[in-house]
Structures are given as structure tokens and as C-alpha cells.
Unconditional design. Sequence first.
Length: 202
Amino acid sequence: MFAYSARLFLRPLWSDDLSVLLDLLETASSRSGSPDSSDNDVTRYLRDNASRLIRETDITRPHSGVFLRSGKEPRLIGITALAGTEAHFFCWIAPAFRGNGFATEASKMMLHFADNALRLPMLTAAYDHEDEAAEKLLTKLGFSEKQKNPPTAAWGAANNSVSFLPENFIKEERVRVLSSSQMSSSHNKLQTILNRIATLAA
């Protein structure tokens, strides 16, 4: 997915981005303190699956690198994506860039694409219940509490889609439902959105 705002630029990650992404994840892992921390679990898992993420080609389950538009070249600071059969939403920002609203900004662009281009009726998101920042972000984005269920295959190794979190990490899930009125409105905007995407990709 390609999108941009005043501060950020989102685009699919390419093979040339792999080393930069791995450096970000390695730095995040070393800064997280305890090797058993939830943040370290996430960064370690992303690091182990980075090359697989970049190879993912399903256009209905997009991933985008989050690039900061500063200086001459945009700087990679994180990733956001939709994955699996249940359209699991995910956004990760490197620790050095947190606290500036980048996760909210990048997430809104990905969710806008999910609503208006993909027209997905429902998204889910998993997070550690001890991660207050993640819970706050999901609430801000319109996710609400979901009845607890065992992790689905979309998060497991058996599924061919990119899996972002290990099964033993998933402790809470939230769901975001697109109302029928929103779907009707998004249908009217769909062609414009697709035209813009095609222009950006050209």
C-alpha cells in the first residue's frame, strides 16, 4: 500500500529495506531490557519473519513500511500491516520514534485503505494486556473488546500468510467493525481511491 501524510510516507517494503528493518528490530530488542518483555517478544518475532513479510504479495493483506519524511530521503521507522484470513491489523514503530503520534498516523492510513479500498467489514488486532500504549491506540482507532477465543490459524505457522505474533504472546484481542453506512459511503469513494493508488504506484 502507498500513502502519505505531512510527516509520513507508507509503501511496501522491498528487499533493499531488509537490512534497515533488521537493524531497527535489533536495536529495539537490545533496548527493551528484560529478554522476557512483551516488546522484546514482538521485535524478536518480527525480526525472524522480516524476509517473509517482504515477500508477501497478497494485495488484500497489504504491508507497508512507515517512513518519516525528513531530510533528503524518507527514513524507515516502522511497519504496519493487515495479515491472515481474519484481517489482523498490526502497527510497530521503533522505540526511538515513539511518543510522537506516528503509530496513530500510520495506523489511520492503513485503516483508511482497509475501509475504502479493500472494503473489509471487520478487522481484528491482538495485543498484550499489559501494553497500555497498544490498548490506548486500538481504542483510539475504534477497536472494541472481543470475546476471548483461542488464537486462530492466521497467527500460526500452519497458515501461509505472514504471522506477526507468536501464539503464546496473544493475550487480548479487539475487533473493529465497519458499519453499513460507512460501507455505502466508502463505495462512492472507491474508484477515486483506486485511481490515486494507481497514480502513486506508477
